[in-house]
Design a protein around this ligand. Structure first.
Ligand code: SF4
Length: 373
């Protein structure tokens, strides 16, 4: 196995075994893990406690218990999270952070069935106002105080500043990875690309950064080969499980950029340097967020952002991966669709249902889409 294959296999293992990643971290540091629900949280505060921030983005379970607590039309990802809660999957977490930018998350935050304490906070939607930043700082102060109570230690400004550096570096390295993956689709197929992103949710970020840096170096040492398949930009909440990503690969489709909430939206915005207190700069990230269905944008910039991505990467089309019953994504779709059509950019919508075990409909749709292109 070459070095880049070894690194990829390490990252794939972490992505596939979050429980092991958490147990290894506990054994190594003596500290536990804190869950982070989608979409955004000031993870740097959790990192500053020395606990491991663990992303919680659902799974692939048959739903049997969740519908007792959530309506059948709640999004697929939160049905999974509820099912896993009911099974006690998150009970080893020292706490769970829940932001509530959509109705489903508001509902879920009030019905948490796990035993871990939950810390719920609100992202203000009138994001342009300075008052919104100040409000979010107050929310983050509450998050910080509750985290301190749970871990039994104060979180110092120095620790938060150090964590901000670690996260900014990780985001920068991941943005570079996205470009490298687009140049080397023969090496970084959709499953591998996803594993590099997903593993960052279960690893201490400086360790993840070091591995991805090595991976980038190894890949860049190889010649860039021409890609004879199609190239797409993917947008949505997430594309899982791997069987779904395999369909892209089977049809010779390379993902050259993404706007997935689980992937590039997490690395889009850095925390700025500056004189202001770290909590204020962390809060500013929300104001500077763009192109995301849960961050109110009256100018509807997301479609244009995706069209720019197509132009920059030379992509052939846009794939909208629609999370089943996700209201915010469904509301953005008609506007984006019109913008794609006006520019003559080919696009297709596929549904992502985490409970699904068969993907024939997506297979047929992507296959015919490629043939049409
Ligand atoms: S943003 Fe969409 S996918 Fe995420 S929790 Fe809300 S409804 Fe579900």
């Amino acid at each position: 196995m070459s070095k880049y294959e070894t690194i990829l296999s390490q990252l794939k293992d972490v992505a596939a075994n979050p429980k092991k990643a958490m147990d290894d971290y506990k054994a190594e540091t003596g500290k536990g893990a804190i869950g982070i629900l989608p979409l955004y949280a000031p993870e740097e505060l959790v990192h500053a406690t020395g606990y491991l921030p663990m992303g919680i983005w659902g799974g692939q379970k048959t739903i049997t218990k969740a519908r007792t607590y959530l309506p059948a039309f709640a999004c697929s990802i939160m049905q999974q999270v509820m099912e896993l809660q009911c099974e006690g999957a998150y009970d080893e977490l020292a706490a769970v952070l829940i932001s509530v930018p959509c109705d489903t998350l508001k509902c879920l935050s009030q019905k948490w069935k796990g035993t871990s304490p939950v810390i719920v906070f609100t992202h203000p939607q009138n994001r342009g106002l300075e008052a919104a930043n100040k409000f979010l700082v107050e929310e983050y102060k509450i998050v910080k105080r509750k985290l301190e109570e749970i871990v039994g230690e104060p979180i110092t400004n120095a620790a938060i500043e150090a964590s901000i550096k670690v996260y900014n570096e990780n985001r920068a390295v991941m943005r570079e990875f996205v470009k490298v993956a687009a140049d080397y689709p023969q090496i970084i197929d959709p499953v591998a690309r996803h594993a590099v992103f997903k593993s960052r949710m279960f690893m201490e970020k400086s360790k993840h950064t070091a591995l991805v840096k090595e991976l980038i170096e190894e890949i860049k040492a190889m010649p860039v080969e021409p890609w004879t398949g199609k190239k797409v930009v993917v947008t949505g909440i997430l594309v899982e499980p791997n069987e779904l990503l395999d369909i892209f690969k089977e049809n010779g489709i390379a993902i050259v950029a993404d706007d997935l909430a689980q992937e590039s939206r997490q690395i889009r915005i850095d925390v700025l340097d500056g004189e202001e207190a770290p909590l204020y700069r962390l809060a500013k990230v929300w104001q500077r967020m763009y192109g995301c269905s849960v961050a109110t944008d009256t100018k509807k910039y997301r479609g244009k952002m995706l069209l720019d991505m197509v132009e920059q990467t030379g992509a052939d089309a846009i794939v909208v991966a629609m999370m089943k019953f996700c209201d915010p994504e469904e509301w953005d779709y008609p506007v984006m669709y019109r913008q794609f059509e006006e520019k003559g950019v080919k696009n297709i919508m596929i549904e992502v249902d985490q409970e699904a075990t068969a993907f024939e409909q997506v297979r047929t749709r992507l296959q015919s889409f490629v043939e049409m292109m």
